[in-house]
Write a protein that binds this ligand. Structure first.
Ligand code: FUC
Length: 792
């Protein structure tokens, strides 16, 4: 009786899917400020990219979806580097790109400090700095509030009247007004307790405005406007001080952004002045403590949904030292948990409804021209950004990308028309929309391009996989009807027109490029490369599944079914490899042997065509993975990690995770291509979830790729397709407990070694009727909102 009662309590408590607190504190912390070695705005060029090492390796990012701030934690001159995602200039390729909004310096002049510590706490998304200076204890905290759309900073001291400093914002990269290419105007003006940063980006005639409100408790404030137009505020002898910072441009996400010429994209939009003024007014009205609680609740609503425990031990050394030890082979499971949760933290901080999706640097950039424009690169990078949204229980964070994609859709129809006119004019339909829509590699907040050059039309299918997964993980039929199906339908229409019949009866994408693969110093052009063919096949599968669910009978579906049989999408070569190109015999004969892209395996992840139900293909995929090699750039290792997880090889997947932490991670735990690119963070987080739980083969598979090193552990709240929230514990690589919350009441199918002897009980401890298929899959009906426990 007693045992039963206890297990019931455990059972019930284990079901709090969105547990209010995580089991552990996840904090990045350091016992020194970010370095100031390069000097501010340093533009040291590394491999052709600007490189501010202080910013890139050592600053700590906070963000609210729209804005990203990097905190340096200095005691002499604090540097808060502020970015706002719509703040764009010409960009590196003339398609528009992400640029630095402002540098905000706090001249504090505590030139040495004792007992220094700075942190970034992932549990509540608050960054702190604390130290002693001349007998007084000083502390600061920083957070980026999504609901209030401000960045809040609080400065405190252990004794009254000890806070004196200057708030000194600087607008970076100001160029001559008449320089249309890079021109940025602006001035900083201080009036009473408010500093306003205002100007325009010439290239787009894009006005911007930022405001900094300074509130002192005790002491005095004085504003000074220097001749060079740099307004500052001096704070003298305050007890504590609060800063509210906000920024905006007159960017609005509308069709016109992607259709109109640069100079008139934003014409007629409201100046951001009223918006930022209102944000500051409301923040002041609500007050710091209110904003802080509101921020924590808002953030934890997402963050607390998933818990992962690989160790009980929290190390007591700073994060940079921990990483360094890891790099030197002293592996640490806490860092592995931390990096997993950091990916979730970064996505919550850079992708929120109402603002643009997370870009190549998330929401953070200090450069005039962010590497690769801080764009949305569609031949792997943007897809990777959103992989963890689905399996780590953050599906709504995909909405910004969905909105962005739907907004550029009209321009994407034009791109489809151009592409077909150029490459397959016979297939062109005179009604523009009937040609569907397309997206090539390049896209930014300001423009998109069609496929070609170095990546084939498959980039579009690679993209619509995100839409399908969004539906498959949420099983929201309205969403399927309104958003996912139209995306798939338009993409399938486009893709159907990129195919040309061959003498052997196949239909091949022509021209076709396996993303960025280079042969004899040129991007290699071919017909029907595996990437293009398989991404077309994936799209067709997803479209037909969606049509079935919606009971749609669009005549185009007939074309899809006919074409599907002629794609011959996956081919095995003489080395036993999944080929990259049809004309390839031995592995690596065409293209770079260890190219970072491994696009021929996109059909294995994020696609699903290559799976355990196609054992020859799965074996061939492993050959390709082995030949391609593990060590690569950040995101490329993250893709390999996901692929090894899909190959159900936990030890190899884990090795890739170790490689990412060892070779592809900076001291602030940002992923590095190099330079800093956030995709590796997101791809790695998705990959860890993929090692713990899979659901792409028509059933839920707990612990499909668990490495020997993770002997014991637990997870809570990871998502499986069908909108199931899954929690499990394991020991000696064997599952000990498994719980499933059915959010949609779908049929639940689980693959388990112990399927034949397992029982399932519902939350009233009543056994659930089971069906078995094969030896290892058990199946049961679920009720919406009900919890189930599997008893072994
Ligand atoms: C793709 C990759 C590059 C880089 C860029 C942003 O083109 O091939 O390596 O990640 O995106």
């Amino acid at each position: 009786m007693k045992t039963l009662l206890l297990s019931t309590i455990l059972f019930l408590s284990g079901f709090s899917a969105a547990s209010t607190e995580l089991n552990k504190e996840y904090t990045l912390w350091y016992n020194r400020p970010a370095y100031n070695r390069g000097g501010d705005f340093s533009k040291i060029v590394s491999r052709g990219y600007p490189y501010d090492e202080d910013w890139e390796r050592w600053s700590l990012p906070i963000g609210n979806g729209a804005m990203g701030a990097c905190i340096f934690g200095r005691t002499d001159i604090e540097r808060i580097q502020l970015a706002e995602k719509t703040m764009g200039n010409k960009g590196a390729y003339g398609m528009g790109g992400f640029t630095n909004f402002a540098e905000i310096y706090l001249d504090i002049h505590h030139n040495y400090a004792q007992d220094y510590k700075r942190t970034l706490r992932l549990n509540d998304a608050i960054s702190t700095v604390s130290y002693k200076y001349e007998g007084t204890e000083y502390s600061r905290e920083y957070f980026a509030s999504n609901p209030a759309n401000v960045i809040a900073v609080k400065l405190k001291a252990s004794q009254p009247g000890m806070i004196s400093f200057t708030v000194r914002p600087v607008l970076p990269y100001l160029h001559a007004f008449n320089n249309e290419q890079t021109g940025r105007t602006g001035h900083v003006q201080a009036e009473k307790s408010l500093i306003t940063l205002k100007g325009e980006i010439q290239y787009f005639h894009l006005p911007y405005e930022g405001q900094i409100k300074v509130i002192n408790y005790g002491g005095t404030l004085s504003s000074v406007n220097k001749e060079d137009n740099n307004g500052i505020i001096n704070v003298s002898k305050a007890d504590s001080v609060i800063l509210y910072i906000t920024a905006a441009t007159s960017y609005e996400l509308k069709d016109s952004v992607f259709l109109l010429p640069n100079a008139i994209k934003f014409k007629g939009n409201a100046h951001p002045h009223n918006q930022v003024t209102e944000r500051i007014r409301k923040a002041v009205e609500k007050g710091y403590e209110y904003l802080r609680s509101e921020h924590i609740a808002d953030y934890q609503h997402f963050f607390n949904r998933v818990d992962l425990q690989l160790t009980e031990h929290t190390p007591s050394i700073p994060t940079d030292k921990l990483l360094n030890q890891y790099r030197n082979g002293k592996h640490n499971a806490y860092l592995e948990e931390l990096f997993f949760q950091y990916g979730r933290y970064l996505l919550i901080s850079s992708s929120r409804q109402g603002s643009l999706p997370a870009n190549l640097q998330g929401a953070w950039n200090q450069y005039e021209f962010a590497p690769w424009s801080g764009g949305y690169w569609h031949n792997v990078n943007i897809q990777m950004n959103y992989w963890p949204a689905f399996n780590t229980n953050l599906a709504e964070l995909f909405i910004p990308y969905m909105n962005y994609n739907e907004t550029f859709r009209k321009a994407a129809v034009n791109k489809a028309v151009n592409y077909i006119t150029q490459n397959n004019p016979e297939a062109l339909n005179s009604i523009a929309e009937e040609n569907g829509w397309t997206i090539g590699t390049g896209a930014t907040a300001f423009g998109i391009e069609g496929p070609g050059g170095h990546s084939g039309p498959g980039t579009g299918g690679f993209t619509t996989k995100l839409f399908w997964d969004y539906y498959d993980f949420t099983r929201n039929k309205q969403l399927l009807k309104d958003h996912v199906y139209p995306a798939l339908m338009g993409m399938a229409k486009f893709l159907s027109k990129t195919l040309k019949p061959q003498s052997d009866g196949t239909l091949l994408a022509d021209p076709s490029f396996s993303p960025e693969q280079v042969h004899q110093q040129k991007y290699y052009r071919s017909k029907g490369c595996i990437f293009d063919q398989s991404m077309i096949l994936e799209t067709y599968h997803d479209l037909l599944n969606a049509a079935k669910i919606l009971n749609d009978k669009d005549p185009f579906l007939k074309t899809v079914k006919e074409q599907m049989g002629k794609l011959d999408a996956i081919q095995i070569g003489e080395s036993g490899q999944i080929k990259e190109f049809r004309e390839e015999k031995q592995y690596g004969e065409i293209g770079q042997y260890q190219h970072r892209h491994i696009s021929q395996l996109c059909a294995m992840y994020p696609g699903t065509i290559i799976n355990t139900g196609t054992p020859e293909w799965l074996e061939a995929a492993k050959v390709t993975l082995k030949e391609r090699g593990d060590k690569s750039t950040g995101w490329a290792m993250a893709h390999r990690l996901n692929l090894w997880a899909r190959a159900k090889n936990g030890n190899r997947a884990y090795k890739l995770y170790q490689d990412i932490l060892t070779y592809g991670t900076l001291e602030n735990l940002w992923g590095s291509h190099p330079p800093f690119q956030i995709d590796a963070n997101f791809g790695a987080t998705a990959g860890i979830a993929e090692m713990l739980l899979q659901s792409h083969e028509g059933y839920i598979e707990p612990l499909p790729a668990i490495p020997d090193n993770w002997k014991k552990g637990s997870f809570n709240g990871l998502m499986a397709r069908g909108n199931f929230e899954v929690s499990a514990t394991w020991e000696n690589s064997t599952i000990q407990s498994l719980q499933i919350l059915s959010n949609k009441g779908e049929l639940c199918r689980i693959k388990l070694r112990e399927a034949a002897t397992a029982q399932v009980i519902d939350e009233r401890n009543k056994p659930v009727k089971l069906k078995f298929s094969g030896n290892d899959i058990l199946e049961f009906k679920t009720r919406k909102g009900a919890n189930y426990k599997i008893i072994f």
